[in-house]
Every structure is written in C-alpha cells, then in structure tokens.
Design a protein around this ligand. Structure first.
Ligand SMILES: [Zn+2]
Length: 431
C-alpha cells in the first residue's frame, strides 16, 4: 500500500516543473542511494502533511467506520458495526476481560472485522479460514481514539528507506488531530473505559498475581489469546489423587473448540521447562543474567532521561545565542530598546521552562539511582527463583516477557507441543 500511495504523494509534493525534473533524472539514477533517500524523505513528509490535515490515509477504514462515499479521504459511521463497537465498550464497562468480550461476540455469531469487511464489500477473501474475534482485536478497538472522533496517525512507520521493518514510533511523533470525523463513543464512556483499563493493567490482581505465577505471561500460538488457569483434580492410574494448576487458551475456554483448541499446559511442566532452559543457557552462573536484565531496565530509563537532557541543553544553548544576537542587534541599532526588552522577556520565559524540565529529569535520574537498593532485592529474589525456590509472578515477569504455547502435535507417536520463551534480555530462547 505504501509505495502506491507514495508515487501519488511524491508527484503532489514535488512541485518541481516536469521539464527540469526530467533533466535531473539521469543524474538521480546515478545516485541511486541518494535518490531513494530523497524519495523516502518526500513520501514521509507528504504522508505527514496529509495526516496533519486529518484526512484518512490508511488502507481500510477502522471497524465501525466506512470511507465517506462523498470523500473517501474521510471516515463516516457504519451503522451496523458501530453498534458492535458500542457493545464492546459497554461490555468492558461491565469489567469483562478482552478475551471474554471476544468470546461473547463469537458466541453470538457476530462476524469478526475481516469477515465482516468481505461480507459488506462483497469481496472474496483470499483466505479460506474464517477469522474470529480475539483478545488482541478487542484491545485494539478499546484503545483506538478513532471511536471518539480523533485521528491518530503514523503510530508506526518504517525505520528508514533501507530498512522496511515496521516499528511503533515514539508518542511525540504521532500526528494527532481532534474531531476529524463523527464519533461512535461518547467522551464519558471512553473515559470510564480508560479507567477500567488502567485498573486492570496495574493493581487489582496483585493478590492473585502472588499465587498464580504465570498469570498474564502465557499466549496461545494459534489465536494470540492469554491463558486462564484452573485447578485440576484427578486420580492417577495408580489410584493417587492429584491436584495441580493448569493453564488453557482463554478463547477456547469461553468460545469452545470451534474457535481454538485448549493448548493445556500444567504449571509443573512449565516450571520445569523454564528452569531447565535457564540453567542450560547459563553455564557461567546466574549473576550475569540477573545483572544483565536489571541493568538493561535501569539503563534504558536513565538513557532516555539523558537523551532528553541533551536535547534541552542544545535548546538552551540556542536560546543563549539568540540572546547575544538580540544584544548585537540592539547595539547596532537594528532594534530599539522596547523591542529588545520584549524579546528578551520571551527568551527568558522559554529558558525558565526548559530549566524546569531539566531539573525534573535530573531528579528522575537520581531517583533511579536511589532505587538500586530495590534492585538488590530483586536480584536476590530472582536468584532464589533460579535456585528453584518460590517463583512469584513478579520474578517471572521480570525475567520473561511472554511464553507462547503451541497446540499438541503428534510426531512419531509422541505428543509434542512447542513452548517459546521470550526473555526480557536480548536473544530469544526457544524450544
Ligand atoms: Zn487459542
């Protein structure tokens, strides 16, 4: 989609008369790399301009909207799907998890966005399988400001013209415009759901987190849902009663086998896999891994603050040189005293602002240093985990980003399932 748009935007943004441009062409093709860089810059700037105008530049309209038939650059409300969006927000208001909301929609036979798109446009899907509502889709909808009428564009982009990997951009580079199209959700409903999201994401489950070590860490390889846990009580072949905790795909639990399979895994098995994996990959001992993980978390925070301070210092230096320039202008009679005073006051105000920002960042770095005591605690805690003591959700979450559980497959009469562990340090370890 990007190159197709790009060609059109470049033509619009270029503004060079075509004759002159033609002469320039052979030269450009000689400097291919330069040209690509130039082109990519132009596409970026044109896309940015359009985003800033608030027109819709994505491929398909977000679920709940259609492209306005009178002006496809803007969004209009889709009567049917907007009701479903409203329902999703209201279910969230009743404190339902993303997965339970997905299940509710699946159970009521409501088409998931992609299938609905094909039905509405009478187009044929190139994919045979039907797609279903999954937690990730619900989450994306509940976080999309399009539903309150705002446009947020360019949340992701490519790294450069040479590297086309998509990355999520820093928030300050997003182009955000308010009231660019009709809203589906009221501001009040949006705010209420926002507070539920933040409550659910942090806190609330703290007591639960202590006793359920893998809570929030497991993902289904087929549908991407989180896992739910249950205690299984059963009798073994030898007549022993056993009770253990097992985790299962949330979509399967709430929607049934038609949407996903169980992917069950017991806590004992998981714990065993992780402990063995950690030991296997750490012949040199635990300390380097623990320090690596903790230092990385810490360094990132500190580096971010330092980078911002550098930016502020550059700005302060710039302000200082504007001051000297003003002073020169005044001495040379370019501006009068009144103008000088007015401009100086403006510069002084900006300088105060920047200095305040800078002080805050320095306090933040100092705070991070203070927390090294806390880091020592963590270190001990993680070490105790590695020493096979009592792993908590906190220690596991410090080490592991997520664990993706595959469905059981039969290979050579053996039942096997894949478990991919994504650690919070560089390089994924999997099996
Ligand atoms: Zn699943």
């Amino acid at each position: 989609m990007f190159p197709a748009l790009g060609v059109r935007f470049v033509a619009l943004a270029d503004g060079i008369d075509s004759d002159g441009d033609m002469d320039f062409l052979p030269f450009r093709s000689l400097l291919n790399d330069y040209y690509l860089k130039d082109l990519s810059k132009k596409i970026r700037s044109a896309v940015r301009t359009n985003a800033a105008n608030g027109s819709y530049i994505g491929g398909q309209a977000p679920y709940g909207f259609i492209k306005n038939p009178d002006n496809p650059k803007y969004l209009a409300i889709d009567g049917y799907a907007s009701v479903i969006v409203l329902k999703i927000f209201n279910l969230r208001l009743q404190n339902l998890s993303y997965c339970k909301i997905a299940a509710e929609l699946n159970n009521n036979g409501i088409l998931a966005p992609r299938d609905y798109y094909y039905q509405r446009t009478n187009k044929h899907s190139t994919l045979n399988e039907h797609n279903v509502w999954v937690a990730a889709t619900i989450r994306a909808i509940l976080h999309n400001e399009a539903y309150i009428g705002h446009s947020v564009r360019l949340k992701s982009g490519t790294i450069s013209h040479k590297n086309h990997r998509k990355v999520i951009k820093p928030k300050d580079q997003w182009v955000r415009r308010e009231n660019t199209h009709p809203a589906i959700i009221s501001q009040e409903l949006w705010d209420a759901v926002r507070s539920i999201n933040s409550e659910k994401d942090h806190g609330v489950d703290k007591t639960k987190r202590k006793v359920v070590p893998f809570l929030g860490l497991l993902r289904c390889s087929d549908c991407g849902s989180k896992f739910v846990h249950a205690t299984v009580n059963r009798r073994t072949k030898t007549g022993q009663d056993v009770s253990y905790r097992s985790y299962t795909c949330c979509l399967y639990v709430h929607t049934g086998r038609s949407k996903c399979s169980p992917h069950p895994i017991s806590e004992m098995t998981l714990m065993k896999i992780i402990r063995e994996d950690i030991r296997k990959h750490m012949p040199a001992g635990e300390d380097s891994l623990i320090n690596g993980t903790l230092n990385k978390l810490h360094d990132e925070e500190e580096m971010n603050a330092k980078r911002k301070i550098d930016g502020i210092d550059a700005r302060l230096a710039g302000l200082e040189s504007s001051y000297f320039k003003l002073y020169d202008d005044k001495l040379n009679g370019v501006i009068n005293n009144e103008e000088f005073q007015k401009n100086v006051a403006g510069i002084e105000k900006k300088r105060e602002q920047k200095k305040e920002e800078r002080d805050k960042l320095i306090k933040k770095i100092d705070g991070a240093k203070l927390r090294s005591a806390q880091r020592k605690n963590w270190h001990n805690e993680i070490k105790s985990f590695l020493m096979l003591e009592h792993p908590t959700n906190e220690t596991l979450s410090a080490l592991i980003d997520k664990i993706v559980i595959g469905a059981a497959e039969r290979a050579l009469g053996d039942k096997r399932k894949s478990v991919h562990i994504y650690y919070r340090f560089d390089g994924n370890v999997s099996d």
